[in-house]
Design a protein. Structure first.
Length: 119
């Protein structure tokens, strides 16, 4: 059973930084892609960033490119999302997700962690 546990959210002022963590367990994740998504109040959940566990290739949504960085620590089975220069519009619940490389959809999700950015 895949388990994803997020941590690191909180309340910060605009311009600050936060690092989210996603501890993954239950599988060998070599052939997985890990993603971060977010859902703002009253809006749909949207993609932020993704990383392939094996080679570490990354992709980003335009809204976070240049400010957010996704990375992974193989030894700790943990994926990170470093968020810099946070803006009020980054306020959302952030979710970690996982899928196999061959799967078209993310089918494992964490419980989410709240990030609130005040102006």
């Amino acid at each position: 059973q895949v388990q994803l546990v997020e941590s690191g959210g909180g309340l910060v002022q605009a311009g600050a930084s936060l690092r989210l963590s996603c501890a993954a367990s239950g599988r060998t994740f070599s052939y997985y892609k890990m993603g971060w998504f977010r859902q703002a109040p009253g809006k749909e959940r949207v993609f932020c960033a993704a990383i392939t566990w094996s080679v570490g290739s990354t992709s980003y949504a335009d809204s976070v490119k240049g400010r957010f960085t996704i990375s992974r620590d193989n030894a700790k089975n943990t994926v990170y999302l470093q968020m810099n220069n946070l803006k009020p519009e980054d306020t959302a619940v952030y979710y970690c997700a996982a899928r196999t490389i061959s799967s078209p959809e993310y089918n494992f999700w964490g419980q989410g962690t709240q990030v609130t950015v005040s102006s």
